[in-house]
Write a protein that binds this ligand. Structure first.
Ligand code: FMN
Length: 210
């Protein structure tokens, strides 16, 4: 079992990075022989701008640019994909959105033809989403931000490609609370990363926070 953990935060000392590290630790302990690769998009200098070469690939006029093909190969090697990011403007940072725009492209994540419609191509992939929020749970509930994030990200991106969103966690109060609880949650999440692999199960928050 192999996990690809993608973190999108410019500060390696951030809570997002610490959470990614705990998930990796947990993943290694989860199953004999398990492995984990952490991708620090900021440190690697991933270019999130969707450019002419990306558009040509999307239109099936050219192969994907080499940096995109390299990311797709990383995901192809993984049984579990974990995205760890701070919430920016009730969504993900532009760096991660650009990674998705460029990497989850027509021809690899899905096939779309006018006559045949949509073919989802990432059905074997299990995705775990971990967003770190500055605001509290009441703020998210009051404005409906949790629902809009789940609709846009979990359903709009990953369900569209056929990937199974095994967990979708929002860790609140990141700037005001002691990080210990979030770090413990992250480690538990790592240990449970490959649970139920191969079957479509519902997100189970009770297990994670027990
Ligand atoms: C540009 C920017 C936008 C932000 N927007 C939100 C937001 O919409 N909702 C929220 O809960 N927190 C927001 N925050 C707070 C971050 O989510 C918070 O600082 C971060 O998760 C703290 O964890 P870190 O140590 O990993 O940065 C924002 C922070 C920045 C820098």
């Amino acid at each position: 079992m192999h996990a690809l953990i993608v973190v999108a935060h410019p500060d390696p000392g951030s809570l997002s990075h610490a959470i990614a590290a705990r998930i990796a630790e947990g993943a290694l302990l989860s199953t004999p022989g398990a492995s984990a690769e952490t991708v620090d998009l900021a440190a690697e200098g991933f270019d999130p701008r969707f450019g002419a070469a990306d558009l040509a690939a999307y239109r099936r006029e050219a192969p994907p640019p080499p940096d995109v093909a390299a990311e797709q190969a990383r995901i192809d090697r993984a049984d579990a994909l974990v995205l760890v990011h701070p919430v920016y403007w009730w969504s993900m940072p532009g760096l991660l959105k650009g990674w998705i725009d460029r990497v989850f492209t027509n021809g690899w994540a899905f096939d779309f033809f006018e006559d045949a419609g949509l073919v989802k191509k990432l059905r074997r992939l299990r995705v775990h989403l971990v967003a770190v929020a500055g605001a509290d749970a009441r703020t998210y509930a009051r404005h409906g931000y949790l629902g809009t994030m789940r609709t846009q990200i979990d359903h709009g991106i990953f369900d569209y490609c056929g990937a199974h969103v095994a967990r979708s966690e929002l860790l609140f109060d990141a700037q005001s609370q002691d990080p210990a609880a979030h770090l413990a949650t992250a480690r538990t999440l790592g240990r449970m990363l490959f649970d139920g692999s191969g079957k479509a199960g519902a997100t189970d928050r009770a297990d994670l926070h027990a």
